[in-house]
Design a protein around this ligand. Structure first.
Ligand code: ADP
Length: 885
């Protein structure tokens, strides 16, 4: 609020009424940039202006003065505001959109005093976006909420743009993995949670996405009531059995949605509970290492998701991303989904026909949300008409005699497609061919949909013709050939005759104006026509808007059915897309079962194989088996670049693919449910978080050794490399023993420490495998084949040669290696260190005049041709003495 100037001496002019209004609204929305509508611009003032001008790289100007100082100001045009919004949201800001909620002209007519009424119609935050332009069509944008109650932590998440809503219990150790799975755009949490030491580091990582709110917003009883009233139910039991913490989190989400949407109720599905343990736990590091949705370089291309995505609709792509992020842990559920995929693998023609139809289905999940928030437009109606229009023929196709009975999931989807004929027909009649983005632009209702609208429009469009017809009639009736109907902005339409004809006009002609040599008249008929014409455009638009609202209301009345159809379309798309992928890349249906089997025959790495194929080396990928039945721990040795990492990762990816219910890149696969997947692959400095490679490696290794149970699957690639050799070897040694004895999980352990293979004799479930290598004409050929046994060498020097290290360096390295391999490391190393050929060589070049050693001096004096055999023998003895001295 503006405070009156306290210092009576300083003559500060009173704030303008608009500024008073501005400050009131600004104060009610702390933490937000305020987009304040002024005519055709959203304007920002004071600190907001400074911040936004910098973030958006736009001009900072000033407008008026406040409390004796200039008011900093910047602005963006309303019609391009979305692009600016996108940039601000991406930069982590929240924006309150304040609009004029009355027509300025009307306000003036009403004689209202003060500024036009304004109000915040919405607060835009990263987790509550609904606009196409602000969202990635193929990814969910989750708003997550955390809460605590009764010593437990609850997690809830929703995607406002699609209506998806779910909740689950979580815990301090599991939270990082849960958040990594959802990748929420925004996380709500009670302020007090920020102070929990155990969560400090985890939350710091999510800092830009955090929205801390006062603790009372996360009260579980209030949350229950809020959810009950949101869904209009007396009790939530029908939706599931929820814990208090989960409810508190979900309630806070609904509350926040109400707050940011200023009370408008979006379509939200009833919350779905993800039971503990029902999805494979994969921590953030493992997700990164396995490049599930982005590569280590942060790109989508080259990730597993991008490699396998054959979906043709945005909703299908989102479902795929969700499934990939959360593989299931229950064989029956996995099998049911796989049945749907297999159905389409076995029926390529049905698949192709279905995909053709699906390609024509725009994203109705997001269209429905925009409409329910009053943010939609005619094009959203068209999307609904289009997609819902396809459902009937899709349903019929799935009912064809050759295809029934459908697998359970598909028959559910077929049912879910629903019956939308009436709505589709109505939308079909209602919508014009060309549609504006916003309803307020008008012109989107088709001709012949509404008689009244047609009339208004013909009045508007044919005004000239009707005026011309009236003119002709009056000219005929009055027998004044020169009678004209004209228009000007001062008196509107008028009839004009020359002064000498004025007397011929009947009483219906009402005099308006006398001009030089002409008289102007109007008639009741013309006045009526004029009002009609003048208001026709306005009326047409108003009527269009009413018809639009009717259509939206009809859609809202059917939103549950429409949402179900959207889900069904996504399900069909995903099943057909996975089938497409499987067929294209010759993948097989995995057997997923209880137990700890892991039998992969002819397994391949999906992205490496695809990359080789893209380079024109199709078929270049060498398939490998992995059987962990008798030996659950494999120790994999082999040279650098031989394919160890690839082998490790491919097996982890096969487990993920199998449990997300995809076919897998293998000849055959039998997988016992993996409840947690861990990967520690490669070394990546995490400088952003101020940790060294080795520290990161140890933190990740600690997580594995502390958490992996008998149903886990672990891949560990070269742990212990970031420190001194013996240090690293000892850590790797002890970790391997621990995995074998304590964790007792399925493990692939790749290492350069060949010494570890000695453990095979001691650990019964440990088997040694190696990457095959062929030495050929002094060169090393990597066969990329995994076989039983141990690598005898690392071939690191070979790789160094390939990489172009100077020859002097690789030759010297071979020399050092020779000594090291003899095993007498201590003394030999000391001698090696005394003798530095590299520097000797360098020195030799630098100091061409060398002092000869005694042995060299002796040799240079010697003339071999003149020596007797006896003298030659003496010479050898003397040389020998000289060099050993
Ligand atoms: P390592 O971990 O042993 O150093 P990588 O797994 O990183 O080796 O593999 C090095 C390269 O070898 C990969 O980038 C890939 O191009 C190729 N490669 C690995 N495995 C195979 C395979 N099974 N078939 C064909 N090429 C492979």
């Amino acid at each position: 609020m503006i405070e009156p100037a306290r210092d009576a001496g300083a003559a500060v002019p009173a704030a303008s009424p608009v500024m008073v209004q501005y400050h009131e609204i600004k104060q009610a929305h702390p933490g937000c940039l305020l987009f304040f509508r002024m005519g055709d611009f959203y304007e920002l003032f004071f600190d907001d202006a400074v911040t936004a001008a910098q973030a958006l790289d736009i001009a900072l100007t000033k407008r008026g003065r406040h409390e004796g100082a200039d008011i900093p100001m910047c602005g963006v045009p309303v019609h391009t505001a979305e692009a600016y919004l996108a940039r601000l949201i991406r930069a982590g800001f929240k924006v309150a959109m304040c609009d004029q909620i009355e027509d300025p002209a009307e306000a003036r007519r009403r004689g209202a005093k003060g500024p036009v009424r304004r109000a915040v119609i919405r607060v835009v935050t990263a987790g509550t976006l609904t606009e196409e332009g602000l969202l990635d069509a193929r990814r969910h944008n989750y708003l997550a909420g955390l809460a605590e109650a009764g010593g437990e932590i609850g997690l809830a998440w929703l995607d406002l743009s699609t209506g998806a809503f779910a909740l689950a219990p979580t815990s301090e150790p599991a939270l990082a993995g849960d958040l990594a799975r959802l990748m929420p755009g925004e996380i709500l949490l009670p302020e007090r949670m920020l102070t929990r030491p155990a969560l400090f580091e985890l939350l710091a990582e999510w800092k830009p996405a955090l929205t801390p709110l006062p603790n009372p917003r996360f009260e579980s009883e209030a949350a229950r009531r809020r959810l009950e009233s949101f869904y209009g139910v007396g009790a939530l039991d029908g939706f599931g059995n929820f814990g208090r913490a989960e409810l508190a989190a979900a309630g806070a989400l609904v509350d926040y949605v109400g707050l940011t949407q200023q009370g408008r109720a979006p379509h939200l599905e009833p919350p779905r509970r993800v039971a503990p343990g029902s999805v494979m736990q994969i921590d953030a590091a493992t997700r990164r290492n396995l490049e599930l949705v982005t590569t280590l370089a942060g790109e989508r291309r080259g990730s597993l998701l991008a490699t396998i995505d054959r979906t043709v609709t945005a909703a299908g792509a989102r479902l795929l991303a969700d499934h990939l992020a959360a593989p299931l842990t229950e064989p029956a559920g996995i099998a049911a989904r796989l049945d749907a995929v297999q159905f389409f693998v076995d029926r390529p023609e049905a698949r192709a026909a279905l995909r053709e139809r699906l390609k024509r289905c725009p994203d109705i999940e997001r269209a429905l949300t925009r409409l329910s928030l009053g943010r939609g437009g005619p094009r959203d109606l068209a999307s609904l008409r289009q997609s819902l229009g396809e459902t009937a023929s899709l349903r019929d196709r799935l009912a064809q005699p050759g295809l029934v009975p459908l697998p359970e999931r598909l028959s559910e989807a077929q049912h879910g497609l629903g019956e939308h004929g009436v709505l589709v027909e109505r939308l079909g009649r209602a919508l014009a061919a060309e549609l504006p983005l916003f309803a307020r632009d008008g012109g989107f209702i088709a001709a012949r949909y509404s008689n009244e609208l047609d009339e208004w429009r013909s009045l508007r469009d044919e005004s000239r013709r009707m005026i011309a017809a009236l003119q002709a009639r009056y000219a005929g009736e009055t027998a004044i050939g020169a009678l004209k109907i004209r228009h000007n902005n001062v008196i509107g339409y008028y009839i004009e005759v020359s002064a000498n004809h004025a007397g011929k006009l009947g009483p219906e002609f009402i005099h308006r104006q006398t001009m030089a040599g002409a008289q102007r008249y109007t008639t009741a008929e013309l006045a009526e026509l004029e009002t009609k014409i003048a208001s026709a455009a306005e009326r047409a638009l108003a009527l269009e808007l009413r018809l639009y609202e009717d259509l939206v209301a009809e859609i809202m009345a059917r939103r549950a059915e429409i949402a179900a159809a959207a889900t069904a379309l996504a399900t069909l798309d995903l099943a057909a897309a996975l089938a497409e992928m499987a067929t294209e890349a010759l993948w097989v249906r995995p057997v997923v079962e209880e137990g700890t089997a892991f039998e992969v025959q002819g397994g391949r790495h999906p992205t490496v194989e695809a990359a080789l194929a893209a380079e024109g080396k199709g078929g270049g990928f060498v398939a490998n088996d992995c059987g962990l039945a008798d030996n659950r721990v494999w120790l994999v040795t082999g040279p650098n670049m031989a394919g160890k990492s690839t082998f490790l990762r491919q097996n982890a990816l096969i487990a993920i693919l199998a449990q997300m219910s995809s076919y897998v890149p293998a000849r055959a696969a039998r997988i016992g449910i993996v409840d947690r997947l861990f990967s520690r692959v490669g070394a990546a400095d995490d400088l952003a978080r101020g940790r060294s490679t080795f520290m990161v490696e140890m933190i990740e290794t600690a997580a594995i050794l502390n958490q992996a149970g008998p149903r886990a699957f672990v891949i560990l690639d070269e742990i212990g490399r970031g420190t001194a050799t013996f240090d690293g070897l000892s850590i790797a040694w002890a970790a391997l023993e621990h995995l074998h004895e304590v964790n007792r999980c399925r493990t692939l352990f790749a290492t350069h420490y060949h010494e570890l293979t000695a453990l095979a004799a001691k650990l019964p479930a440990l088997a040694c495998h190696t990457m095959r290598v062929k030495e050929w004409k002094g060169d090393v050929v990597f066969l990329h084949e995994v076989g039983p046994g141990t690598a005898d060498r690392s071939y690191g020097i070979h790789v160094a040669k390939l990489a172009g290290l100077p020859k002097t360096v690789t030759a010297r390295a071979e020399e050092v290696l020779g000594v090291l391999e003899k095993g007498e490391q201590g003394g030999a190393l000391a001698r090696l260190a005394d003798d530095l050929p590299l520097f000797r060589a360098a020195r030799r070049r630098a100091e061409p005049v060398l002092q000869a050693s005694p042995a060299e001096a002796l040799l240079s004096e010697t003339r071999p041709d003149e020596l007797t055999p006896r003298e030659a023998l003496d010479l050898v003895y003397r040389l020998k003495n000289l060099t050993t001295d």
